[in-house]
Design a protein around this ligand. Structure first.
Ligand SMILES: [Zn+2]
Length: 252
């Protein structure tokens, strides 16, 4: 059975949507991930996790949306960034197009932390339209499920954890000879509890926020298996759940 929307014909899509009200949508970004990782890291990982989950659950998966909210990485070459509003509206309209065919439950697999605020706002707005959207991010899941595989300094942006997942998925586009370790710089006015409008270039010279040289495909495979199993669990629960139980409308 086909599971990717873009591989189906319209008659196959009709058949899926006639019997199912759930879909998976991966989103990510195209931004610097240190000298060793591909710019596509965030959307390529989201795509892989989403597609494997779709295969294991029989839930339809859309093509990945590759560009996200990444202007804070723009000083590093090749980062393609769009505004939060544009991203939010694009994802929202994609979800509403699914809703036109009866989809009421959507799992967004987000590969880039900078997209999260926009996605959460969008999910709240879609709830008002009767569409229930959950957002899954693999790295917070990984640190809960497998806290001991990486140390905190290996879990940051472009660090060993992310590099390991890349090595597990597509080693041919990772260059470990270029992997570096860099301790992020503290901004001169930074104190506890203060939020600053920082760009990545304010904090690192190479784009890696910690240690990346300890990455391995083996560790990446462990992480992938754990987060995909967790997402499969969520998708299966959501598949069974009734929309009325997910979103209570009546006043208490
Ligand atoms: Zn990333």
């Amino acid at each position: 059975m086909k599971i990717m929307l873009h591989e189906m014909s319209w008659t196959e899509a009709k058949q899926y949507f006639s019997g199912s009200d759930i879909a998976i949508l991966p989103v990510g970004s195209n931004e610097q991930h240190g000298p060793q990782n591909p710019l596509g890291t965030d959307h390529l990982i989201a795509k892989a996790i989403a597609e494997e989950t779709a295969k294991r659950t029989g839930v339809l998966c859309l093509q990945v949306i590759p560009f996200g909210v990444s202007s804070h990485h723009k000083q590093f070459w090749g980062t393609i960034y769009i505004s939060r509003e544009t991203f939010k509206n694009y994802v929202k309209e994609t979800c509403l197009a699914l809703n036109y065919y009866g989809v009421r439950k959507i799992v967004i697999v987000n590969g880039h932390g900078g997209n999260l605020n926009a996605l959460v706002e969008m999910a709240r707005a879609l709830r008002e339209e009767g569409v229930f959207v959950s957002v899954f991010q693999w790295w917070p899941a990984a640190s809960k499920l497998l806290p001991d595989v990486f140390k905190p300094e290996e879990r940051g942006h472009a660090c060993s954890e992310e590099t390991s997942v890349n090595l597990a998925l597509h080693p041919q586009i990772v260059d470990m000879d270029r992997a570096v370790d860099e301790k992020p710089r503290r901004q001169i006015v930074q104190t506890e509890g203060v939020s600053l409008p920082l760009d990545t270039a304010d904090e690192t010279s190479c784009g890696v926020f910690g240690k990346s040289t300890t990455a391995s495909a083996e560790k990446g495979k462990k992480i992938l298996e754990a987060v995909i199993s967790e997402l499969v669990k969520h998708v299966n629960m959501l598949k069974k759940a009734k929309i009325e139980d997910l979103m209570r409308k009546s006043k208490v």
